[in-house]
Ligand binder design. Structure first.
Ligand code: NAD
Length: 250
């Protein structure tokens, strides 16, 4: 590995699974100290074991401002600063407009939108000037997909936050960008489908939506996150990096 993040400190919210875990592992391989957050202590312990000696696990819910404040205080106590923040924690709650409940709406907005907003706000005291913030959006943020209305709107909000935060944090040279994936092979397929067979069918169906006829590997997202986190992307701010297998052409 190139050690592009040596002497850097990264925080990855929802870094215990899927895209977030792949990013955390890649950042650690590149020399960063990496704090991952998640809700479940067992998953946090497993993730830290995979990340290795540079890993730190912190339990907390991104929709709780008190948890976020405690998370960043813990990172500051351990590592003293944050150079890169990846706002990745998210949930994929889908359903038809006619049946979507207020509880589903509140959950998806509290975690994906409010959680993203305050994950950045509460990090401000520990973020270094010149830090890079990566917000994980989704290609559906700019599409009309049945049953996705609330989820897609939260991801459009995240895309918008990257622009606004970047403009506002310019004086501290903090860059904020959105990383926008199409379908990615993560445990979320099993969560949504409810069975391994359902997950396999969902993966195939989502892959078939893309011109390249496959979903992305989480490691491909980690490579893009590394670019955004490192100085290689120093002229990129308030922007969006699409990793969508060409799906935008459809
Ligand atoms: P995943 O379910 O494997 O991982 C989600 C992570 O977020 C887990 O670590 C989970 O514990 C954490 N999380 C969820 N709610 C939380 C909360 N309230 N507080 C703290 N942590 C919480 O899912 P994934 O597929 O790796 O998704 C990661 C991100 O990528 C999400 O924001 C998702 O919307 C986005 N995304 C995923 C895909 C895809 O196809 N997998 C596509 C586009 C965007």
């Amino acid at each position: 590995m190139s050690q592009k993040l040596s002497n850097k400190v990264a925080v990855v919210t929802g870094g215990t699974s899927g895209i977030g875990l792949a990013i955390a592992k890649r950042f650690a391989q590149e020399g960063a100290k990496v704090a991952v957050t998640g809700r479940n202590q067992k998953s946090i312990d497993q993730a830290v074991a995979e990340i290795g000696a540079n890993g730190l696990g912190i339990q907390g819910d991104v929709s709780s401002l008190a948890d976020l404040t405690r998370i960043y205080q813990t990172v500051a106590d351990h590592f003293g600063k944050v150079d890169t923040l990846v706002v990745n924690a998210g949930v994929y709650i889908l359903g038809p407009l006619a049946d979507f409940t207020e509880d589903q709406f509140d959950q998806v907005s509290d975690i994906n939108f409010k959680g993203a907003f305050f994950s950045v706000q509460k990090a401000l005291p520990v973020l270094n000037d010149g830090a890079s913030v990566v917000l994980i959006s989704s290609t559906v943020n700019a599409k009309g997909v049945p049953n996705h209305a609330a989820y897609s709107a939260t991801k459009a909000a995240v895309r918008s936050l990257a622009r606004s935060f970047s403009a506002e944090l310019l004086d501290r040279k903090i860059r904020v960008n959105a990383l926008t994936p199409g379908p990615v092979d993560t445990p979320v397929f099993a969560t949504v489908a409810g069975s391994p067979e359902g997950a396999a069918a969902m993966k195939e169906a989502m892959g078939n939506f893309t011109p390249v006829k496959r979903v992305a590997e989480a490691s491909e997202l980690a490579a893009a996150a590394l670019y955004l986190a490192s100085d290689d992307s120093s002229f990129m701010l308030g922007a969006e990096l699409l990793l969508d297998g060409g799906v935008r052409e459809l």
